[in-house]
Design a protein around this ligand. Sequence first.
Ligand code: PNS
Length: 156
Amino acid sequence: MSTVVCPGSFDPLTLGHVDIVRRAARIFDEVIVCVAYNPRKKGMFEVGERVAIMEEEFKDLPNVSVDSFSGLLVDFCSQKNAVAVVKGIRSNEDYEYELPMAHVNKRLTGIDTIFLPTSPGLSFISSTLVKEVFAFGGDTSEFLPASVQQKLLEKK
Ligand code: PNS
């Protein structure tokens, strides 16, 4: 049974994230989406809100569950008996950002990271840009699941 963990800040969940989780769910037996703490990023949605958003978004996928964790990702993976971490890669910049984390995680517990290229039509979307566009009053609906767009508007 192959259990993998899809970690991220997911703040907010974008169509790019949805693409990666749905494709991972077709490849692996069980996918645990984990809202993990990124000390480099400031949050917009509370962690509990992000978990609830993703539970709703992936409720049609019986092999996907959503959780959160505030410690080291590798410890979460060990607790869940995960065989690998799955991350989406949009660009060279993503690869350069992700590769050191993959190596550190491998050194810490031996867990591997599998990179899935984001579908081309979605590879320009990032939570950071969505937050910026939203902050300046732009339309973010093209980049987000409808439920997330709605939640964002409610935050106004
Ligand atoms: O979506 P993000 O912000 O790029 O995801 C990064 C995240 C949250 C997966 C990463 O920061 C992480 O793994 N945080 C948990 C703490 C941890 O294990 N840090 C060491 C990483 S080598």
